[in-house]
Write a protein that binds this ligand. Sequence first.
Ligand code: FES
Ligand code: FES
Length: 214
Amino acid sequence: MSTEPEAPAPSTAGSPSSGPTRRTFIATTSAAGGVVLAGGAIGGSLLAAADEADAAPAVPTSRICLTVNDIRRTVTVDNRTSLLDLLREHLDLTGAKKGCDAGACGACTVLVDGQRQNACLTLAVRMEGAEVTTIEGLADGARLHPLQQTFIDEDAFQCGYCTPGQIISGVGCIQEGHTGSPEEIREWMSGNICRCGCYVKIVRAVEQAAGEQK
Ligand code: FES
Ligand code: FES
């Protein structure tokens, strides 16, 4: 039986953990399990992969300050984090939904400096100094935003998954003044998909809230 000779373990100085590296872990468990690796080929490739993983550069992070629903937040995130993941996974604001994670459904819509934006397509690191509004920030205490109320009045949802994005997008649509007719609302809300097909009622809710705000 042959096993790969154990290579000297890389130094862990300066590493946050003093535990075994992937390389030593794989080498140790292979030997202890008595696994016969033909010609050492499999073990060799495992160790090579472990070396590569150990040698991988640290993921770059950034510290950003932004305002979310009128609360100032300072967070340190992996530079690849989307605004949607920042909201949902770092700030526990799960109102904005992850539908497609690719900019195609509008379930993640939030307002950034008053403009509608797909949070899944927005890098969190670009939010330095931004004002973000999510569905959690619309109501005034116990008083719902007028559009939240008309969604209830018009029964403009079924499963509710798309609803936070629809309402935030509707708020943007009203602020932009694209509510002259049901057709115009439909056009300017077309980035928000409702798989339950509640479009007629959604348009009616936006139309009604726009009328109330005039
Ligand atoms: Fe962002 Fe679908 S989750 S557009
Ligand atoms: Fe179900 Fe819109 S209410 S997806």
